[in-house]
Design a binder for this molecule. Structure first.
Ligand code: OSB
Ligand code: MG
Length: 368
């Protein structure tokens, strides 16, 4: 394919309810929509960087810059065979994974539409629906949290993840566990602890949690190994795993027993599949994380989560958990068995609501 035109839309979408983590609180979700055009076919990709560098050092601002000034010049009017060829062409751009992943997603969507294949088919997915859960942000009090969790459970979600931070960890998790003794429950610290302060988390080990996600800092892969030695509960890494090499290192060090895979964080779906394959070979369970995606990124996550190694419920909730209005015409709904159906139309299997795209756009740029 020869990409003739790349369009960037910087979006700001109001969330149904504020989302609070150990690194901040947001009421609106920002991201970039990337549109590529070639041979009369349009491909869409979502870059999951947010406005602030809280989860990752990348932001909507840095990804805009990297795509405009470095990725686009490498791609425009050059022949690109596939996602692997794309990765090869952007190899000289160091890191900036969220930026690369957004563009790679658009390439997959384009290729799928050209070949009449769904993303699930192209990636090697083998299920038509995936088990999902909901990621519940920090709430004002443990009581409010228990009520929020109860609401999601009554909507049919079969797995709950709660966000924790120092001072709001064991108490919150204990409150949820007492209220719902048998639910699948896990916690996510988003790097809010260090090896010393993480001792306060030890009582979590008695709460029958599925996993403890990313307690320590992103580059503390080795330190997570000391933590995993202390806990019976599996440690799961999110922020720390930014390449297949990191995944291998973390497994070799015994730093985690589970990996959360997000295509954005690892520079694209091709790299996400590589980490999946590595974990499958070693018998390490993986699950698909989320970044509050629009319908575009949600479709991509569903396809990824349909691969055989994704054996734990995904952070992919129904569209109405996030947005009253989305940029995709399609909305994803929860099946009665806490699953969401994987799209099977060519590419991502979604179309764009241009009116919504216009309304949510803070800026638009066309590169050719
Ligand atoms: O750490 O998994 C995370 C959202 C934004 C940034 C980081 C994370 C999250 C979530 C939300 O937990 C998952 C979802 O999309 O529902
Ligand atoms: Mg996480």
């Amino acid at each position: 394919m020869k990409i003739e035109k790349i369009t960037l839309n910087h979006l700001s979408m109001p969330l149904v309810s504020p989302f609070e983590t150990s690194f901040g609180r947001s009421t609106d979700r920002e991201c970039l929509l990337i549109t590529i055009q070639a041979d009369g076919i349009t491909g869409f990709g979502e870059c999951v960087a947010d406005r602030d560098p809280g989860y990752s050092y990348e932001t909507t601002g840095t990804t805009w810059h990297i795509i405009k000034d470095f990725i686009s010049p490498v791609l425009l009017e050059k022949d690109i065979k596939d996602a692997f060829d794309f990765q090869h062409k952007v190899e000289s751009i160091r890191s900036h994974n969220l930026a690369k992943a957004g563009v790679e997603m658009a390439i997959w969507d384009w290729l799928g539409k050209r070949d009449g294949k769904s993303l699930k088919q192209m990636l090697g997915g083998d299920r038509s629906k995936v088990d999902v859960g909901v990621s519940v942000g920090l709430q004002a009090t443990p009581d409010v949290l228990v009520k929020a969790v109860g609401d999601y459970l009554s909507q049919g979600y079969g797995r709950i993840k709660i966000k924790i931070k120092p001072g709001r960890d064991v108490g919150d998790a204990q409150a949820v566990r007492n209220a719902f003794p048998n639910i699948k429950l896990q916690v996510d610290a988003n790097s809010a602890y260090n090896l010393e302060s993480s001792d306060s988390l030890l009582p979590l080990d008695d709460l029958n949690l599925l996993l403890i996600e990313q307690p320590l800092y992103e580059d503390d892969i080795w330190e997570h190994h000391y933590l995993q030695e202390k806990f019976r509960t599996p440690i799961c890494l999110d922020e720390s795993i930014v390449t297949p090499r990191h995944a291998l290192a973390a497994l070799e060090m015994g730093s985690c027993r589970i990996i959360n895979i997000k295509a954005g964080r690892v520079a694209g779906l091709s790299q996400a599949v590589a980490i999946h394959d590595l974990c499958l070979k070693r018998g390490i369970p993986v699950w698909c994380g989320g970044m509050l995606e629009t319908g575009v990124g949600r479709a991509s996550n569903l396809a990824l989560a349909s691969l055989p190694g994704f054996v734990l419920p995904a952070d992919i909730s129904a569209s109405d958990r996030y947005y009253k209005r989305d940029i995709s015409n399609e909305r994803f709904t929860l099946n009665s068995d806490s699953s969401i159906t994987v799209p099977d139309a060519p590419g991502l299997g979604i179309s764009i609501d241009n009116e919504a795209l216009k309304d949510f756009s803070l800026a638009e740029l066309t590169l050719k």
